[in-house]
Ligand binder design. Structure first.
Ligand code: FEO
Length: 401
């Protein structure tokens, strides 16, 4: 790791984790990730913004030593999660006189998980400033993006904000800045979908607070730095808005191709009606891909065969995921094949208490789908297309297929 200069006196200390495959044993990382720390050197004081994930502590401390710092006055903890707070004890070992700047809630959460003595903390309040001499830090509370204590730190003179996880991306890269915006957009959308989407209203609030600032640079704690802040704030404004796209996401499982035949038929009928459709076989799948698809889709159709009277467990798992991600989906349906009886729609509904989409009548085929079942799928396609048209999202000329 080598320090990279962002502006005079402001450096990135990025721990790349190229080969990490999964975060929290939950979030797939197809492009690895980073843990970003930043050093801000004022004329009188020096502050470190966040630290590093514990397995990266040794290289992080080595990089700090290599910078030849004579003293460190402050460690700012924007967020208590250990991928950013986990190296605080090691940094304090190197600079025992440093104080840890955090809000009271963050202090408590750090001390729950990381051995840091209470005496080293200095609590800050929302909007409070801390002078480093010719640089001033301002602390901006942006709770619930994605923990209750999350905070951003703004360097007023340099117009740089450090929002920790918020606006970040899981993308290991040696590029200091987000130069390949198309690539970074995908990584940032995946990050938003998996980490931030459940807190969409809080993301909107956080975005409003950051957009009040004069900004030259946004420097998050994962992924590259944004030298063009509008790139990421425009994306977040779109993702966090109530607007949806005329897209239908169909997570499905099929055991004897009957449910798959229904998915194929419905997909074609929806495409004929001007909608974009994304079926996902969820037996062995990347949950991040599905999460990304849910960011802006108007409609979700759960497609499951019946197993032991209920949904296939893989679809039940997807329903659980959809429920906790709380996407802004407006419309939904359930389709699938069964043998001699089913409670699939009832069981799935019970797994979706937070999912507020309007459900259409389920389409359930006994065994292989037949003429009546396909007619019911035609009607479902009509209903989905009409609902989307009512949002003004489907060209009327494309309707009626
Ligand atoms: Fe990157 Fe919530 O920690």
């Amino acid at each position: 790791m080598i320090p990279m200069k962002i502006k005079d006196g402001v450096f990135s200390l990025r721990s790349n984790h190229w080969d990490r495959k999964i975060f929290d044993e939950l979030v797939p990382l197809p492009e690895g990730t980073t843990y970003n720390s930043y050093l801000v050197r004022g004329s009188e004081k020096t502050a470190l913004i966040d630290t590093a994930y514990p397995p990266k502590t040794a290289s992080f401390i080595a990089a700090l030593k290599a910078m030849g710092l004579e003293r460190l006055d402050y460690i700012v903890a924007n967020h208590a999660e250990q991928d950013h707070s986990g190296s605080i004890p090691a940094v304090l070992g190197l600079f025992p006189d440093a104080k840890v700047i955090a809000n009271a809630r963050c202090r408590g959460l750090i001390r729950d998980a990381v051995p840091v003595d209470a005496s080293v903390f200095v609590d800050v309040k929302d909007g409070e400033r801390l002078s480093l001499g010719d640089k001033t830090l301002r602390f901006i509370f942006i709770p619930w993006v994605h923990w209750p204590e999350t905070m951003a730190t703004y360097v007023e003179e340099d117009r740089i904000v450090f929002p920790c996880d918020f606006l970040g991306s899981h993308l290991a890269t040696t590029d200091l800045f987000a130069v390949d915006e198309a690539r970074v957009e995908i990584a940032a959308k995946r990050y938003y979908a998996e980490i931030m989407m459940p807190y969409r209203p809080h993301c909107r609030n956080a975005l409003s607070r950051l957009e009040e600032l004069a900004l030259d640079v946004i420097a998050p704690s994962h992924g590259p730095v944004y030298g063009r802040p509008a790139f990421i704030t425009d994306l977040y404004r779109k993702w966090t808005s109530d607007e949806v796209k005329p897209e239908v996401v169909i997570p499905y499982v099929s055991m004897y191709d009957n449910t798959a035949a229904m998915v194929d038929y419905l997909t074609d009928r929806l495409v004929e009606r001007g909608l974009s459709v994304r079926p996902f076989n969820v037996v062995d799948f990347d949950s991040g891909e599905l999460s990304m698809a849910l960011v802006e889709a108007s409609t979700v159709v759960f497609a499951s065969p019946t197993v032991l009277a209920g949904p296939h467990p893989s679809i039940a798992q997807v329903a659980f995921l959809v429920n906790i991600l709380v996407p802004k989906t407006r419309f939904a349906a359930m389709i699938g094949s069964y043998g001699w009886g089913t409670t699939m729609p009832d069981v799935l509904s019970e797994l979706l208490p937070q999912f507020k989409a309007t459900f259409f009548e389920p389409v359930l085929a006994k065994g292989a789908p037949r003429e009546d079942d396909f007619s019911a799928l035609d009607q479902l396609a009509d209903a989905i297309a009409a609902a989307n048209a009512s949002l003004g999202k489907v060209e009327q000329a494309a309707l009626g297929g």
